[in-house]
Design a protein around this ligand. Sequence first.
Ligand code: FA5
Ligand code: MG
Length: 423
Amino acid sequence: TGAPRTTAIEYITEEDDDRQSFPTDDYTNITPAIISKIPLKLHLKPSHPLSTLRGLIESAYPDFTHANSFSPLVTPHKNFDELSFPADHPGRAVTDSYYVNRNMMLRTHTSAHEVEMFSKGESKWLLTADVYRRDEIDASHYPVFHQVEGARIFDANKSGMQEVEDDNARLSSVLSEANILIEDVPHISPTNPVQPEHDPVFSELVAKNLKLSLNHLMLRIFGGVAGASKQNPLRVRWIEAYFPFTSPSFEVEVFYQGKWLEILGSGVVRQATLDTSLVPGKIGWAFGLGLERIAMVLFSIPDIRLFWSTDERFLSQFEQGKINVFKPYSKYPSCFKDVSFWVPEHNPLHENDFCDLVRDTAGDLVEDVKQIDHFIHPKTKKLSLCYRINYRSMDRSLSNEEINHVQEQVVSRLKEQFQVEIR
Ligand code: FA5
Ligand code: MG
């Protein structure tokens, strides 16, 4: 894309003032707007809803190691290869992930740290962190969000499996008393197979432990606020899924406020991951859960940008450890601007490139971006696109002048970086 090719990228590392810089190359697509999010660590900000939710999840796993200060800069090897992603997986593309350069990227999921954690000898752990994905712009998508990864491994032998069975008995008895209704799928099936390296009996026991453990977590998170009762139990639905680094794999959805809400991905850890971690003779599970979507429904937060607000009218409403309903202070008027242009044949423009340019120019003043027109000129075969950018501040009224100015900057950067011809 249009990022500078020669200057180094600087960012502030975990050890506060320690600046690191990286050379850029043809993969570089990280923008200043994204770099500015790295030091914010909302999951650790006291009283922030994301921090409260992290704490609530950690309290459900008191005997697990809790890690939450891993740097988001990882190698593509760590984010993808260590987790058995194929070489041609779409997630690797510069259109989908943020690269500092060919050898360094922003993690797209917390699974990037699985091998690191297992290699340290950790057998029960949670890891919370910010993750980065290039995506569309609307009320539920933001290029930075937060995940909690959880994992547990056991000895793949008789005594390890006894440990699993004991834990399963304990969790089953807790759940049998609770107002929870679970729609299950088989632990193993032809479309969600046991790994060839695994004893199917062990794999089933571990998958069952994963499900019991997460059903218990859903009860911890939603049981209180959902006001579950015998007549109106909390509904949790298990679905077969696919991830390159687990098999069998599952997704979990929770029925909340009349809708099924996707909560997490999970599964029995691929043996290749444990082999790479140099922990032989183990079998276990992992899950990865997104914090924002859960926090939006728990705290009634209507727009994902609000998590990044520095407005006291937002921040002062929350208290660490407490789940309360957010009261919107005001909804300011929105204003949209359209931009239409011809895309040059030699320089195709991906929708995520356009969204990043808008995000980098307008920051959180942009509420959503939609493509409203797309056509190919019958004679010249040239592609024409029209995007509608919806501007709205969450904190104040915007003047027409201010929005026009931002829009002019969007247009001029578009011309400069992508050589488009404005219509
Ligand atoms: C993953 O990221 C896997 N690493 C999860 C996993 C871990 C599977 C361990 C197996 C074992 P996925 O892309 O589906 O999977 O994201 C996991 C969760 O993150 C989703 O269920 C959702 O809650 C959240 N999530 C994903 N994309 C977004 C987004 N753009 N905005 C907010 N939350 C998101
Ligand atoms: Mg998913």
